[in-house]
Design a protein around this ligand. Structure first.
Ligand code: ZN
Length: 494
C-alpha cells in the first residue's frame, strides 16, 4: 500500500507535489530515502551534509510532527500522509482567548453611525456591543502593507479596529497591483503608506491609521510594537519574520502570522501566553538563496487575499476573545488542490526565546542570523571585475558590427516568455552546470555574453563558466532591464 508524501511548492520544482511511496511498515527515514533517491535535488533541500534533517524543514505524519513521535524512526502505515513543511518567507488545542484590549480605559460609547455601520456585528452574541467596543479600543499593527497587509488592514478597518498601525517604506509599483488590493492603478509611484491611509480612512473614517514609514530593525521594533495589542505579521523575508517573532515573544504580544508562496499559504498565531512561537516551528532559517522569495518564485494574486483575511480573522478573535485561535496549530492552505489542513504545533521547551531557559533575551542581528550579508558586502561579492562586464550599448554595437557573439540567457523559462534579447539561448542558471555541452567552446567559438533580469544570476553564471575554462565570457551589466531601458524600450518589463 502506498504512503502519500505531500511536498509543498517551494520544493516542487524538483518533484510532483504529491509522491506515493510503497512503504508498508517502513520508517519515515526510509520513506524520505526512497523519495530522495527518485528526486536527487530534493536531498540537498531536506538533509544537511551530515545526513541530519535540516532544521528549517519539518516532517509530519498525518497531523503530528515527527519530533514528537519517534522522529525519523516513526513507522508509517498504509494510508498515512507524510508532509514536508519547509519554512516559507513571502505568512495542541487552543485555549479560550483572553480579550486583549480589556482592562484599558474603554472607548467612548458607539455613536448612532457606528451602531448602523457595525449592526451585523452587534447582533451576533460573540461580538455584541461589548465586542465592538473592544475592537474600537484595540490597536493592531500590520507588518508590511503589501499582499498580506492589504486584505488584513482592509478587513480590520472595516471591522472597526480603533487604531491600525502600518509598517512599510515602499512605493506602489505596477507589479503590486496583481494582489495588493489596497492600491489602485492611479496610486503607482505613491508612498504605500499615504495611499493605504487614504483608502482605509475612506473605508472607515472612525479608524485612526498610524504610519510607521521605516524598515523594521532590532533598534526600532520594540518601541514600535509596545503601543499595540496584536501584531499581524505580513513580512516577506526571513530576517523580518524572526525579528517580529522575537519582539512579540519578548513583549508578550500575540502574533497573527501568515506566509505565502506560489499556491501555498501558512497561518498560525504565535507568542500567546502558553503557545509556541515561530522559532519552535522553525528554529533556523534556510540558507540564503535556497528558498526563493515571492519576487523570484511568484505568487498567485488571490493567495494573500485568503491568508491575509485569515490573519485578520485571528486578530479579531484575539481582540474580542471569541472561539479558538490558531495558537498551537499551523494551518496549511493549498490553492491548487483547494485543501486546508491543520497540523499540531507545540511550544519547544528548548526554544531559545520562548523555551524554559531562553538564551535570547534581547533582539539580535537578524540579517546575520539569516546569513544575509549587509548590502555593500553582498554587492561586492556579486560584482565581477570590470573586464568581465559589458554594457547594453556595447552589446548592441557588437551585434550591429556582426561580431560573433553568443548570447546566453540564464533566467527561467517564464521570464524568457515575457521578453528576450533576439537570438539569445535560454539555459536557466540552475541547469547550466549540467548543460555545458550546449555552450560553444574552442578557439573558433564566438564570444559569450550572459544575462539575466538585472545581472545577479548571470554574474554567477560568468563565474561558473570562467571556472570551467571559458575565457571570453562577459556579464551584461544591469541585465535585460538595462537592455530594454537603453536599446529596446519596446520590450515589456516585469
Ligand atoms: Zn518558541
Amino acid at each position: 500500500m502506498p504512503v502519500t508524501v505531500r511536498i509543498p511548492t517551494p520544493l516542487r520544482p524538483f518533484t510532483n507535489h504529491r509522491a506515493t511511496v510503497e512503504a508498508d511498515g517502513e520508517t519515515v527515514g526510509q520513506v524520505l530515502a526512497h523519495l530522495t533517491s527518485s528526486y536527487g535535488d530534493l536531498r540537498t533541500h531536506l538533509f544537511a551534509a551530515d545526513g541530519a534533517l535540516r532544521s528549517f524543514v519539518n516532517v509530519y505524519v498525518n497531523d503530528e510532527d515527527v519530533r514528537y513521535l519517534q522522529r525519523e524512526a516513526t513507522i508509517v502505515r498504509p494510508s498515512d500522509t507524510v508532509s514536508i513543511v519547509p519554512s516559507v518567507a513571502g505568512g495542541s488545542g487552543a485555549t479560550d482567548v483572553e480579550p486583549r484590549s480589556s482592562g484599558r480605559a474603554t472607548a467612548a460609547p458607539l455613536s448612532h453611525d457606528e451602531v448602523k455601520r457595525y449592526s451585523r456585528h452587534l447582533i451576533m452574541p460573540e461580538v455584541g456591543v461589548a465586542g465592538q467596543l473592544r475592537l474600537k479600543a484595540a490597536r493592531v499593527l500590520c507588518i508590511g502593507a503589501g499582499g498580506l497587509g492589504s486584505p488584513a488592514s482592509l478587513y480590520l478597518a472595516a471591522a472597526g479596529v480603533g487604531t491600525l498601525g502600518l509598517v512599510d517604506f515602499d512605493v506602489v509599483d505596477f507589479s503590486n497591483l496583481q494582489r495588493q488590493i489596497l492600491y489602485d492603478t492611479a496610486d503607482v509611484g505613491r508612498r504605500k503608506l499615504d495611499a493605504a491611509a487614504d483608502r482605509l480612512t475612506a473605508l472607515n473614517p472612525e479608524v485612526r491609521v498610524v504610519q510607521h514609514e521605516t524598515r523594521l530593525t532590532s533598534a526600532n521594533a520594540l518601541p514600535v510594537f509596545k503601543d499595540y495589542d496584536v501584531i499581524v505579521d505580513g513580512a516577506d523575508n526571513f530576517p523580518t519574520r524572526y525579528l517580529v517573532n522575537d519582539a512579540c515573544v519578548l513583549l508578550g504580544k500575540p502574533n497573527a502570522y501568515g506566509s505565502i508562496f506560489r499556491f501555498d499559504g501558512q497561518a498560525s498565531v504565535f507568542a500567546t501566553k502558553d503557545g509556541p512561537c515561530y522559532r519552535c516551528l522553525y528554529p533556523e532559517p534556510p540558507p540564503p538563496g535556497l528558498v526563493p522569495s515571492c519576487a523570484e518564485g511568484g505568487v498567485l494574486g488571490v493567495l494573500p487575499g485568503i491568508v491575509g483575511t485569515i490573519q485578520a480573522t485571528e486578530a479579531i478573535k484575539i481582540i474580542i476573545g471569541a472561539g479558538e485561535t490558531l495558537a498551537g496549530r499551523l494551518l496549511l492552505f493549498d490553492a491548487l488542490t483547494m485543501e486546508f489542513r491543520t497540523l499540531k504545533l507545540r511550544r519547544d521547551p528548548a526554544c531559545p526565546i520562548c523555551g524554559d531557559h531562553p538564551t535570547i533575551t534581547s533582539l539580535i542581528d537578524y540579517e546575520q542570523f539569516c546569513g544575509i550579508a549587509p548590502p555593500a558586502q553582498a554587492a561586492a561579492a556579486a560584482s565581477l571585475p570590470p573586464a568581465f562586464e559589458i554594457t547594453a550599448e556595447e552589446l548592441k554595437a557588437g551585434i550591429d558590427r556582426r561580431d560573433p557573439i553568443w548570447i546566453l540567457d540564464v533566467r527561467e523559462p517564464r521570464e524568457f516568455d515575457i521578453c528576450r534579447i533576439p537570438n539569445s539561448t535560454l539555459i536557466p542558471l540552475g541547469d547550466l552546470a549540467k548543460r555545458l555541452d550546449e555552450v560553444p567552446s574552442g578557439a573558433d567559438a564566438p564570444d559569450i555574453v550572459v544575462h539575466c533580469k538585472v545581472g545577479g544570476r548571470s554574474a554567477k553564471a560568468v563565474q561558473l563558466l570562467r571556472e570551467r575554462g571559458y575565457t571570453r565570457v562577459k556579464n551584461l551589466k544591469g541585465g535585460i532591464l538595462a537592455w530594454i531601458a537603453t536599446v529596446d524600450p519596446a520590450l515589456p518589463t516585469y
